[in-house]
Write a protein that binds this ligand. Structure first.
Ligand SMILES: C[S@@+](CC[C@H](N)C(=O)[O-])C[C@H]1O[C@@H](n2cnc3c(N)ncnc32)[C@H](O)[C@@H]1O
Length: 233
């Protein structure tokens, strides 16, 4: 069941979140599915979108309007979807990620990516879906982003597939290979790694799942441009 949206909570003490909240809105609404604590969300907000997050679990640190619900149920609700200009989805990656095998078994995790991709294909609005590179057997890697392309001291490769729109923009090259200046990934360094991603308002555990806001700020700027051009045409 889709519950009543919870208004944005006051996590604005954080620098990244308060910077995002200070950006003027562009009049476009983005639905952020599988939102967790809002790494992707903060990037889209920095690009000017009004963001609403959906997660199956409570997300007390999500900085914007939040709805606790099953994202797959939301994707099947045309009335709810009609309120948005674009959709982003970050389905769980544990079933694909190589690191899951360090601590457990990938088969113990549900496949949320396949049903999400099937549902996104039916949307008429622009959409974006992201996951770990290991998911490239299912998801078309239209774009592969790394923290080093945004001046972040992290190697965090994520692939993005887009639907109903596309963009062309050059970024600085990825510089993570043989780069000794990066924050190491792993349990001992979780806090430093989350902070280096720009996810300073999250807990370490939330940071494990997050993407750096810089990625979706970049994508969000291109998406806002594409949506604006569509409105003008
Ligand atoms: C990879 S994390 C999302 C990370 C987020 N995009 C970020 O950048 O911070 C995936 C999230 O999906 C949520 N989730 C799992 N199954 C779900 C479902 N069926 N519907 C909605 N959320 C779900 C998990 O609770 C988790 O918070």
């Amino acid at each position: 069941m889709i519950t009543t949206p919870r208004a944005a909570v006051a996590v604005a003490v954080d620098v990244s979140v308060s910077a995002a909240l200070a950006v003027p809105v562009n009049g476009m609404r983005l639905l952020d599915l599988f939102c967790c604590a809002g790494g992707a969300a903060v990037g889209y907000r920095l690009a000017g979108f009004e963001v609403t997050g959906v997660d199956i679990r409570p997300q007390p640190r999500y900085p914007f309007t939040f709805v606790q619900a099953d994202a797959l149920e939301v994707l099947g609700d045309p009335v709810f979807l009609a309120g948005f200009d674009a959709v982003h989805a970050s389905p769980t990656c544990q079933r694909k990620a190589r690191v899951t095998a360090w601590r457990g078994n990938r088969d113990d995790h549900p496949d949320t990516l396949s049903p999400t991709l099937r549902a996104l294909e039916h949307l008429s609005v622009p959409w974006v879906v992201e996951n770990v590179p290991e998911a490239a057997d299912q998801l078309t890697p239209d774009y592969l982003l790394c923290g080093t392309q945004f001046g972040l001291r992290v190697r965090r490769h994520r692939i993005f597939q887009v639907g109903n729109w596309s963009s062309y923009s050059l970024l600085p090259p990825c510089r993570c290979y043989r780069n000794r200046d990066l924050v190491p990934f792993g349990h001992k360094h979780e806090r430093a790694f989350a902070d280096a991603m720009g996810c300073t308002w999250m807990t370490n555990i939330e940071g494990r799942q997050a993407i750096p806001p810089a990625y979706t700020r970049h994508i969000g700027n291109a998406l806002a441009h594409a949506l604006t051009e569509r409105k003008v045409a």
